[in-house]
Design a protein around this ligand. Sequence first.
Ligand code: AFP
Length: 334
Amino acid sequence: MREFPLTLSRFIVQNQASHQGATEEFSSLLTQIGLVGKLIAQDLRRAGLIDIMGTTGGSNVQGETVKKLDVIANDAFVKVFQHSGYVCALASEEMEKPISLPGNWPQGKYMLLFDPLDGSSNTDNNMPLGAIFSVLKYDRADRLPTDEELVRRGTEQVAAGYLLYGSSTMLVYTVGQGVHGFTLEPGLGEYLLSHTLITIPEKGKVYAANEGNYHKWPAGTKKYFDFLKVSDKATGRPYSARYSGCLVADVHRLLIGGGIYLYPGETDKPDGKLRLLYEANPLAFVVEQAGGKASTGTSRIMEVEAKKLHQRVPLIIGSRQDVETAEAFIQGRA
Ligand code: AFP
């Protein structure tokens, strides 16, 4: 008899014990994230045929132009979780302040932080997009969390992962017991286990970065990129450049095949572009659990002291050896 691949919910229940005190509530929370993925994937499959491309004409708290799909994706997360009873607070790249659920609504013990649509510059050209999520636990029952209580170090995450809207729709997550990948089977409307215990190669031969920013980088960073392009068979160089404009897609590529993604600090913007709480921390959790590394260039991402909800941080993430080589150059040791 054909071995039927595990659905997301069956996998979580079957692995309940290893999911660090995960409860029914937790497995339902992950299933709801999968629902958001189905809703957005459905729209994306028809993007050129329905009015979801282009911008809203507004800008978000980041000062970035808001795409229609940014709003659609953010609304999907809020609507799915506001009434779910699994969370007590929601924070998003697209919302200046977190949403604490009204006291008379069912609340859960989790706080969800997310980038509802990663790679927004790709919405109108059929390139990959994603969503990134970070799950924190809130142990008080006597009151809702304050905004400050959502701003936590990456090591406090109880789960993290991403949705990848690529040639297929995937949900990849970790609860601290390895990384698992599920692929949406559109015919069934179910996510089926497709990647068990994903392990990132120790070293890759691909790098992802926007080299249009080369002139803005400090000397050590420039030296690293120059190093990658020198021909040296013994160290597998030159590396190939692969940059999609979607962090989730670029990180997924290196999670499977090895390599490194860099959005480094710049001379006049040392914190770079990416956000700590709902981009760098969750992806750092996933990549570390797969055996890789995530750094600011000088320190471990998951130990960066979180001070503000939309705090930015430089991100160097991927195969352990590659990240350590990049750190050596950035720190002036190579
Ligand atoms: P958008 O969601 O605003 O397109 O930003 C995407 C992103 O956060 C990340 O997904 C990309 O790797 C990176 O920014 C692209 O930034 P650049 O356009 O500056 O290269």
